[in-house]
Ligand binder design. Sequence first.
Ligand code: F6R
Length: 614
Amino acid sequence: MCGIVGYIGGKEAAPILVNGLKKLEYRGYDSAGIAVLENDFLVYKQSGKVSNLEAIIDAKVKQVTTGIAHTRWATHGEPTQENAHPHTSNNGEIILVHNGIIENYKFLKDELIRKGFHFLSQTDTEVLVNYIQYIQDKNQLNIEDALKKALQSVNGAYALAVLDKKEPNKMVVTRKGSPLAIGVTDTNDEFYVASDAIPIVEHTQSLVYLNDDEVVTLERGKKLKVQDIYGVTKGYKVKNIDLDLNQVNKGKYEHYMLKEIFEQPSTIENTLYSHLNNENTQISFDKLEELKEKLIKAKRIIIVSCGTSWHAGIVGEYVIEELARIPVEVEYASEFRYRNPIITDEDIVMAISQSGETADTLAALRYSKSMGATTFCICNVFGSSMSRECDFTAYTYAGAEVGVASTKAFTAQVAVITLLGIQLGLERGTISKDTADGLVKEIKSLPLEVNKVLNTEKHIKSVAKNFVKSSSFLFLGRGINFPIALEGALKLKEISYIHAEGYPAAEMKHGPIALIEESLPTLMIATNNNFYDKLVSNAQEIKARKGPIVAVVNEDDDEMTHTADFVFKVPRVSDILQPIIAVVPLQLFSYHVAVYRGCNVDQPRNLAKSVTVE
Ligand code: F6R
């Protein structure tokens, strides 16, 4: 959460910084700020979106070539102008932007207040910048040494870009827990800093990713100087990032979310074909060989994740247990990391994460690793912390996902975990070669089938119009479609602010049925072969209580179509592959309900795409 950007070089910094912030707005949009440094700092801050900030930046910034900027997702203190970053030290000499949370800020603040420091904001960040000033003054240090020493007493997560007026040719950056990338050029005469690669790649595709606790000094014309917080010199690797810039534009679509929903035929295809052999007939996870034995012999797989990725994890539980007969536990990473879980070196712990940076998932992965488990992640961002730290990464090739509500990353995650389930089943002998080949053949047809669902958008939009005034929604599904009910409910609530709950359909009788009445619609996913009759009975129970029903059904459906008020027809595929198809109408339905309600679907209130704080 929060996005930071920095630039030091020969070009005018402000436009680079503001454009960078716009690309990071998915990380938070409560306030934005920028500081440029020539002889003194020029600071601009505004609450709300980056466009509000842009409107107040004046001509004074022209030709200034060093600066830092921030877009905020509020943690400590309301989203006001005074809490907006950058924050300046009491002596006006140090300024910084911060993504993360300083956990011991209260302790540090009390100490600083006793020493006569004062504070203008409620933020933990203002405490940090003053603590750096305090350490600098006390020990007479340059900015990088002051930062290193200060960080030795700081607990929490941070990505920081720091400027010191006394050393205007330098920028110092560091990270711990929160992501940070540095864009470099062959001549080292300019450097770009950002919370992810997206704002950087239009300038340079050569990126350096920092490890936790590394402090880097950026000076024009010099190579990066990397040290840890204790002053030990570290090496660094420059990676070439091949990111298609079209992915970070809306193109012909009104919103990123809609664009990303419509990209799914190609993102699913890219993901699938990246994990198939050259003939596209066999599953082949690159570099999985070393882990294969462990995976095949695994007594248990524990999946850790959050939000939509957690829903993909539950689909994974059904798929892996069904095909490979390995027990799977799916855990909220936030609960798992704090409840003293039993993990042994016989366990495989699998993190699922679009960003690869979610704080709870990363912590759960690290904890599992420290307990000796083999760690595996399914991740969409190359070079992310999770992909760097776990034993094996299976990437989803969904491309940059900008819309805050995850769509194409989810279907890509489900595609990867399904391939993995098939592969493990085959290796363990729990499914035959014929079954595996049949599933591989069928899974390759999914992009086409998803496209058919996308072609029904107009109908889905017309149905959505009927529910603009709903205040609550129930989503029901069974078996492998239960997580799709959870995902449908999450999509609707996060972008339209309509309260929505997902339930296993059979659980309806154990409580939620009390809510059913004319004003409470239910969305039922009724595509399974296995539970179809039971779902029809559930639908009749709802209708008997006058509840409106929208049902996702197969194209050849009959009974549910007659029971429900509205249906979304989707192609029939094997039950195990249904989630990828069934989720698409729910994404479109949520999108259109939210747009009809006038909501900002790409930037829903209070949310941020990458939750890098607890
Ligand atoms: C919902 C959504 C979130 C994320 C969750 C985990 O649409 O996007 O629930 O799924 O914050 O994020 P990642 O997958 O980046 O770990």
